[in-house]
Ligand binder design. Structure first.
Ligand code: NAP
Length: 283
């Protein structure tokens, strides 16, 4: 089994991928801008090498892919970042890594984009991700593009609203999604190392409407559901004003979330973890 280079291990999905790679006894090099945030479980130290580096600065990753069989990158902006755009990180930082991978003769590059990313390219995050996908496809390397729906970690926003007493939804809460846990998705990412699939659309085992997700949150909290359905014109107005008045790094994640809430994001079902169980452990 060849050595894996993992970028993004300090994040939600990347952390689960690191755990899974260690469970599978894989040799891993982890790139992190804050190396101190990587804590391999006891006994796993011989498997893990941590390389402090900043992917947005190409000089800090020179030769990082020497001796690497497969690169996995979950790197991307999911929360506002001062001074950096999706094009700087989701596109350019991953491109810097891809260039190193090509230079060092890496066999395969696995990248996490987003379900329906190609259709949603008028949204800044999807545009940047799909620009990288195009570069990866043209790179000559073996590749796998993983396209997940939403993660359980993102559904926590609805759970937190339920905790406060009321959930606000758009489009009558009718859009469908099958969110996936970090653990299930990590298993699929690690399986992809030795699979011959170029693109994987993937979601969790249960497809739900947003209304059902909100109801599940209230059930877990033993509260009577209190859901307000906001009209489409209001969503459009909020987005139009936010685009003008909000700094781009704050607007981006809002734009993505408010779009997903009105788009059917039901991908092929995978895994076993349920959102209800996740909410139960988030209380
Ligand atoms: N969350 C979702 O629902 C969802 C759905 C579909 C696809 N995705 C995609 O899946 C990927 C992983 O998501 P996640 O929820 O695990 O994200 P996350 O928890 O925010 O982790 C993102 C990772 O990217 C790294 N990163 C961010 N900005 C960076 C920068 N400027 N330079 C270097 N590294 C940087 C972070 O490092 P630091 O810890 O140092 O910041 C972290 O390791 C992302 O690309 C995301 O767009 C997410």
């Amino acid at each position: 089994m060849g050595r894996i280079l993992l970028a993004g291990a300090t994040g939600y999905l990347g952390g689960h991928i690191l755990t899974k790679l260690i469970e599978d006894n894989r040799q891993v090099t982890v790139i992190a801008r804050q190396a101190g945030r990587i804590h391999p479980p006891p006994g796993s130290a011989p498997l893990v090498t941590v390389l402090p580096a900043e992917l947005t600065q190409p000089q800090s990753i020179i030769n990082c892919c020497e001796g690497i069989d497969t690169v996995i990158s979950t790197v991307g902006i999911t929360k506002p970042q001062k001074g950096l755009t999706y094009m700087d990180v989701d596109y350019q930082a991953n491109l810097n890594l891809l260039q190193e991978a090509r230079k060092s003769g890496v066999r395969k590059f696995i990248y996490i984009s987003v379900y329906k990313g190609e259709q949603l390219q008028d949204i800044a995050i999807c545009h940047a991700k799909e620009q990288f996908v195009n570069a990866l496809k043209a790179s000559g390397l073996e590749y796998c593009i993983i396209r997940p729906t939403g993660y359980f970690s993102d559904m926590a926003a609805l759970f937190n609203l339920a905790k406060k007493g009321r959930v606000y939804l758009f489009a009558k809460g009718a859009a469908k999604i099958n969110p996936i846990s970090g653990e299930d998705l990590a298993a699929a990412c690690v399986t992809a190392i030795d699979q011959d699939k170029r693109e994987i659309n993937i979601g969790g085992p249960q497809t739900m409407r947003f209304t059902q997700i909100a109801q599940t949150a209230f059930d877990v909290l033993h509260k009577k559901p209190a859901i307000t359905y906001l009209p489409e014109w209001l969503r459009k107005t909020i987005l139009r004003l936010a685009r003008i008045f909000m700094p781009a790094p704050v607007f981006g994640p809002l734009e993505f979330f408010m779009t997903v809430m009105t788009t059917d994001m039901n991908a092929p079902e995978y895994g076993q973890d349920t959102l209800k169980a996740y909410f139960e452990t988030s209380q």
